[in-house]
Design a protein around this ligand. Structure first.
Ligand code: ADP
Ligand code: MG
Length: 364
C-alpha cells in the first residue's frame, strides 16, 4: 500500500530531521568509477543528510552525472560502496529503488497525455484507479498544470514539460529525488522561475534531493550544500555562503563567481589573516571600492588602498564592472549602480580600497 502524498512539513520538523542521529541517509564510501582509462569518479566519500538539498557542481566532464547514475543504480562502482539508510545498495537495480528522477531531457512518454504520463508509474505499482486519479489531480494542482492534463508533451512549452517531469518524479512520493541538469534546456527567465518552483517543492515536502548542474548560480540558489567537483574528485563541500565567501582553492574561487587572484601583485597585500604556504591572496570584485584617485581613504588601519587606471567599464544593468590596471596587475571591480554616482571612464585615475578582512587565501 502506497502512503498518501506526504503532507508538507514545518521548518522545525525539517531542522529536527536533519539533526536526528540517523540523518546521514546516503553515504558514498571511497567510490571510484572507471570507464576504460578514464577515471570518471575518484575515491568519492560523501554523506548526504535526510531532507537535504545537495548539489554536485562542476565543469563538464567532472564526474557529476556519473555520481548521480551510481546513486540511482544505473551503474555500479568499481571500488567502494554506496549506502542508503546504512545498507549497501550496490546490488539493488534502479527499478527496485524508491526514487524519483528528472533527466536533462525530460524523457516524458511523447504519445501519452500529461495525465497518463503521471498515472503510469502509479499503475506500475498497482495503485487503484480512484486513488491514482486523486493523486494525479493533487500533483497537477501543485505544479499548476491542472488544465493541461489532456495534452501530450509536444503541445506543452519547455517549462510546462519540465513541470510534468518534476511531477512524475514526485508522484509516487519517493524519499529521494535525483535531478540531472533539470533546467539547462530552459531560457533564463523560465529557469529562474523553475528554480523557485523546485525550491518551494523541496521546502514543502522535505525530500532529500541530489541535483547535478554546471551552473553556479543555480547551485547557489537551490542548495543547502554544494559539492564542487573537478576531474572526478571533490574539490570542496560546503554551504553556498561558505563556498562563495571562503573558497578553499583557486579553482573554487574562480568557479563560484569572479575572483581577483592576487598572484605576485606589484603591491604588498595587507590582510588580517596570516598567509599559509601554498596559497595566494584573493578578493571578490564586489568587495573593492572604486573612487577618484584624489579621495582620501577612511579608517586606514582596516583598509588597504592602491591607485590605478581604468582600462574599461562594462555596463550590466544593476552593475558596473571596471577593469583597473594597478602597476602590472589588473583588478576587476564590481559596483552596484546608484543614483548620482560617478561613472569612471577608460584612462581615469582611480583609487581602489578594500577591507583587509575581506582578503582570502586560496590554495593554488
Ligand atoms: P559531467 O556530468 O560532470 O559532465 P560525466 O560524469 O558525464 O561528467 O563524465 C565524467 C567523465 O567520464 C568524462 O570524461 C566522460 O567522458 C566519461 N564518461 C562518462 N560516461 C561514460 C561512458 N559511458 N563511457 C565512457 N566514458 C564515460
Ligand atoms: Mg552531466
Amino acid at each position: 500500500m502506497i502512503p498518501p502524498i506526504r503532507s508538507p512539513i514545518s521548518l522545525e520538523e525539517k531542522a529536527a530531521l536533519e539533526k536526528s542521529s540517523d540523518a546521514a541517509q546516503i553515504e558514498f564510501c571511497n567510490v571510484t568509477k572507471m570507464y576504460g582509462q578514464v577515471t570518471a569518479v575518484r575515491d568519492l566519500s560523501l554523506a548526504i543528510r535526510r531532507g537535504e538539498f545537495l548539489t554536485m557542481l562542476g565543469p563538464s566532464g567532472s564526474g557529476k552525472t556519473t555520481t548521480l547514475m551510481l546513486l540511482a543504480g544505473f551503474d555500479m562502482p568499481d571500488h567502494g560502496d554506496i549506502l542508503i539508510g546504512g545498507k549497501s545498495v550496490a546490488a539493488v537495480p534502479s527499478y527496485h529503488r524508491d526514487q524519483g528522477i528528472v533527466f536533462q531531457s525530460y524523457a516524458l512518454f511523447p504519445h501519452l497525455t500529461v495525465r497518463r504520463n503521471l498515472e503510469f508509474p502509479l499503475e506500475m505499482r498497482g495503485m487503484k484507479a480512484a486513488e491514482r486519479t486523486k493523486r494525479v489531480n493533487s500533483i497537477l494542482e501543485r505544479v499548476h498544470l491542472r488544465e493541461f492534463d489532456t495534452r501530450v508533451p509536444s503541445q506543452l512549452s519547455g517549462g510546462q514539460q519540465q513541470r510534468v517531469a518534476l511531477a512524475r518524479a514526485l508522484i509516487a512520493d519517493p524519499p529521494l529525488l535525483l535531478l540531472d541538469e533539470p533546467l539547462s534546456a530552459l531560457d533564463r527567465n523560465l529557469r529562474e522561475q523553475m528554480q523557485g518552483e523546485i525550491k518551494s517543492l523541496h521546502q514543502e515536502f522535505g525530500i532529500t534531493t541530489v541535483c547535478v548542474t554546471h551552473d553556479q548560480e543555480e547551485a547557489l540558489t537551490l542548495s543547502d550544500r554544494i559539492v564542487v567537483m573537478r576531474e572526478g574528485r571533490v574539490e570542496q563541500t560546503d554551504t553556498p555562503e561558505t563556498l562563495y565567501d571562503w573558497p578553499a582553492t583557486r579553482f573554487v574561487a574562480n568557479f563560484m563567481g569572479e575572483a581577483n587572484i592576487l598572484e605576485n601583485p606589484c603591491f604588498r597585500i595587507e590582510a588580517d589573516e596570516r598567509q599559509s604556504p601554498g596559497t595566494v591572496p584573493m578578493i571578490r570584485p564586489e568587495r573593492i571600492c572604486i573612487t577618484s584617485a584624489d579621495k582620501k581613504v577612511a579608517d586606514k588601519d582596516y583598509r588597504q588602498s592602491v591607485t590605478g587606471t581604468v582600462i574599461n567599464m562594462i555596463y550590466a544593468g544593476p552593475l558596473r564592472k571596471y577593469k583597473v590596471s594597478v602597476g602590472s596587475s589588473v583588478l576587476v571591480v564590481r559596483e552596484h549602480v546608484s543614483s548620482g554616482q560617478h561613472t569612471f571612464r577608460a584612462g581615469e585615475a582611480v583609487r581602489l580600497d578594500w577591507l583587509r578582512s575581506d582578503v582570502r587565501f586560496v590554495a593554488t
